[in-house]
Write a protein that binds this ligand. Structure first.
Ligand code: CA
Length: 232
């Protein structure tokens, strides 16, 4: 029970909120609850939670509006809770500054993994720590040496492929939208065409994955972007 971070749940559906509270309280996080947008905003201001779980469909204020308002004064990690099939909503929330999203219904492991990832990225970003090497199931990425090895064997990546893999690995566990990846790799004036990204990703998967059709390291979040499996 070493975790002492406080997490604010802004969710009007009591059963979902109760479920989340049970899961995260069992891990030692302090739990705060709000059932609508207005009290959510008040609690953010009064308690300065370490992380916010934000339902987008609230009875009074649109969750997207809360996201915008909070981002004007705070970098606190925010994970939005969104309904399945609402890809556009997820992309919009990420563009507005959400750190990640969870698609309802979600499991306890997924919820806790997203929370851990968001808190870790925030701590690293705030303390300006260098990214530690990425390592997961035989895939190792040494950012300092710009070296990628798979089961101990070096993987030869092009410049662009390396940039893509290291960007995803530095954000491992977190979804990155197609547009944010394109901007980061090809620059703000790049032609926003996902095709170039898909082609590069297919080539990367051929080099990293045992079965590129069923990736183990880099997942496609349909309609949103890519997510690399958490480093261990
Ligand atoms: Ca709701």
């Amino acid at each position: 029970m070493a975790n002492k971070e406080s997490i604010l749940i802004i969710e009007d559906e009591k059963n979902i909120g109760n479920y989340i509270e049970t899961v995260i309280a069992a891990q030692g996080y302090k739990v705060l609850r709000a059932y609508n947008g207005v009290s959510g905003m008040t609690m953010i201001n009064s308690y300065c939670p370490d992380l916010i779980l934000l339902d987008l469909g609230l009875p009074d204020i649109d969750g997207m509006e809360i996201l915008k308002q909070v981002r004007e004064f705070s970098d606190v990690p925010m994970i939005v809770l969104s309904a399945r099939t609402k890809e556009e909503e997820k992309v919009k929330a990420l563009d507005e500054g959400a750190d990640d999203y969870l698609t309802k219904p979600f499991g306890a492991d997924e919820l806790l993994a997203r929370i851990r990832t968001a808190l870790r990225h925030y701590a690293r970003h705030t303390n300006m720590l260098p990214d530690p090497a990425y390592s997961r199931d035989g895939l190792v990425i040494d950012f300092e040496k710009r070296l990628v090895t798979l089961q101990g064997e070096p993987v030869h990546l092009t410049q662009i492929q390396y940039k893509l893999v290291s960007l995803l690995a530095k954000n491992a566990g977190k979804v990155l939208t197609y547009d944010s990846i394109l901007k980061e790799i090809w620059g703000p004036y790049a032609d926003m065409d996902n095709q170039i990204l898909r082609v590069n990703m297919a080539n990367i998967r051929r080099k990293l994955e045992v079965n590129p059709a069923e990736p183990h390291y880099i997942f496609t979040e349909i309609g949103v972007g890519y997510r690399m499996i958490e480093s261990i």
